[in-house]
Each structure stands twice: as structure tokens, then as C-alpha cells.
Design a protein around this ligand. Sequence first.
Ligand SMILES: [Zn+2]
Length: 124
Amino acid sequence: MITINLTEIVYQFNEFIGIGIGFQMMICSFTLLGFLVQLLIAYWMYKDAKKRGEEEVLWLIVGLIAGIIGLILWLLVRPEMYEVRKKYRFQHPAPGKPCPDCDREMRWIEEYDRWYCGRCKEYK
Ligand SMILES: [Zn+2]
């Protein structure tokens, strides 16, 4: 009677260990997946920050450490693309483009986001 019980206990124990290992592997793959997602987030933040003229290395580190929280933070603080373009234009004023009709240099009108030819008196 005792022998049977022992076998039963050993069987139960093996099953328990089996579940334990399976569970551990599951957690491990989840961790791995989470790590990959974190890497992707960090990489995307790096590219996005660079595109928007922000500190890309800083945001790469934030993404690697904070993952999804870092991503949310970045989405909250990142400048909008139109702001970036505006800033860029301010820092690097584009030379006047020649008018396609009269070849005179046109002016960039920030307000309308278009070129204006003083001779033709119209937006191009
Ligand atoms: Zn013109």
C-alpha cells in the first residue's frame, strides 16, 4: 500500500516539475518577446527623434530602459512635424525659387505655405 502511494507521489512530483519547467519556458519566451518589442520601440524612437531633430541617443536609451512607458513619454513630448519643418526653415532659410513663368525669384510665404511671385502677383 505504501509502495503504491510512493509511486503516486513520485508521479505527482514529476508532473509538478514538468508543469514548472513548462511555465518557466513560457515566462522566458514572454521575456524574450518583451525584450524584442522593447528593442523595436527603442529603435523606432531613435529614428523618430532623429527625424524630428531631437536627442536621438537619449531617446534610444529611454526606449531601452523604459520600453512602452518611454514610448508614451516620447509621443507626449515629441514636436509635431510641422513645427520641425518650421524650425528647420527658420534655421536654414531657403534661397528664393525662380518663378516657373517669369523666372523672377519668388518669396516663400509662411502663412500660406506657398511660393509667391512678386511680378506675376500670384502664388505658385
Ligand atoms: Zn512670375
